[in-house]
Design a protein around this ligand. Structure first.
Ligand code: WQD
Length: 346
């Protein structure tokens, strides 16, 4: 059984990916310093897969502690690197914190991969590397524009670091995955997005619908789109997770000509904010209390993926539609409410 090191395994996409990896026959260990991730995620993952999953509570910015994981696990076949800070507004407020954390952790990890000959690496990137592009659907070959935030810049830099490292090490194979907007939760509703004060649209919608927030705003309805609200490519987190398993297989098989390949992970469908709200209200049966407000600075009007390359080369396809994204997100929010009620009673 091939052993895979998943960094950020106690986070939203990392946790869901561990489930998919294990259900596809891999052995997984996680490293997560729990600064953003949580053991609640890991316990949910363990319930779904039916056995414990080891997490090393290590800060990847500490090279010695990171090396110790590779010394203890000389049989690591591949690495999937999620661990990074990912809040756009926080990165604008604290750019150096983002550069230190997101870049130093990657460099340390690549240094360990070099030292301990772990030659298969999947890097979590983001559609935010494209900036404000007007050529839609966006292809992997699109030129990268000036990023909208320091967060997005750390993803552009991360890709460049992986590319340069791969150029120096032909035996090393790295796959860069550019996510669009991951949403939803595992169908069992035992794991999902865990953010007390979310900034992203879907957890804000579900927290408003469950009563955690009194209302939410649609940021801008005067954009040049179908209904005036922004267009994004929302993709179910389990489709993202399965894409990682497929990308890992692709990276290990090594049939790719270049040793650094890039894939868009999106559905290829652009959906407006108002269309997503309509889907949420339909699937949940909840009337959402939202106001139409002003634009949010930094938002791009529209971005959605051309995902043909990933579907062709990774043998990957989309399994969840928008209604299922909203249904699983809503059922997860209801799970959180029940758990909070239980804690209050004890
Ligand atoms: C989606 C749409 C908002 C909240 C961000 C990061 C990106 C990636 C995904 C990490 C926008 C609108 C939102 C609200 C709203 N993260 N909105 N009311 O900005 O597309 O992407 O998350 O990889 O890097 O930039 O996602 O969910 O914040 O916003 O109207 O209360 O929802 O204006 O049009 P975004 P989002």
């Amino acid at each position: 059984m091939q052993k895979i090191l998943v960094t950020g395994g106690c986070g939203y996409i990392g946790g869901h990916t561990i489930v998919d990896l294990i259900q596809n026959g891999y052995e997984v260990i996680s490293v997560d310093n729990l600064s953003r991730g949580s053991l609640r995620m890991l316990s949910g993952v363990e319930k779904i897969v039916g056995h414990p999953v080891k997490n090393y509570k290590v800060d990847l910015c500490n090279l010695e502690d990171t090396e110790a994981i590779f010394i203890e696990n000389p049989d690591i076949t591949g690495i999937i690197h999620f661990a990074a800070y990912k809040s756009v507004p926080e990165s604008v407020e604290k750019p150096l914190v983002y550069f230190r954390n997101n870049i130093n952790s990657l460099v340390n990890l690549l240094q360990c991969a070099e030292e301990y000959k772990v030659n298969h690496f999947v890097f979590s990137s983001s559609c935010s590397v494209y900036g404000n592009t007007d050529k839609l659907p966006v292809e992997e070959t699109a030129p990268l524009a000036e990023p909208e935030s320091p967060y997005a810049r750390t993803k552009q830099m991360g890709e460049a670091i992986c590319r340069d490292f791969a150029a120096r090490h032909p035996e090393f194979n790295v796959t860069l995955l550019r996510y669009f907007n991951p949403v939803g939760a595992h169908p069992t509703a035992m794991i999902g997005e865990l953010q007390e004060k979310p900034e992203n649209l879907v957890p804000i919608i579900t927290q408003t619908a469950i009563g955690k927030r009194s209302e939410m705003q649609v940021f801008g309805t005067d954009y040049p789109t179908r209904d005036g609200s922004c267009v994004r490519d929302y993709i179910h987190v389990m489709d993202i997770a399965n894409a990682h398993t497929k990308a890992l297989q692709y990276t290990i098989e090594g049939n790719n000509t270049q040793n650094c390949d890039i894939f868009n992970l999106g559905t290829g469908n652009g959906v407006t904010v108002l269309e997503l709200i309509a889907s949420f209200e339909k699937t949940s049966g909840q009337k959402l209390n939202y106001k139409l407000g002003p634009r949010r600075p930094g938002d791009v009007v529209a971005v959605y993926a051309n995902n043909n390359k990933a579907r062709a080369l990774l043998d990957w396809d989309i399994k969840y539609n928008l209604d299922q994204m909203m249904d699983t997100a809503w059922r997860w929010e209801q799970t959180l409410k029940k758990e909070a009620a239980k804690i209050q009673m004890n």
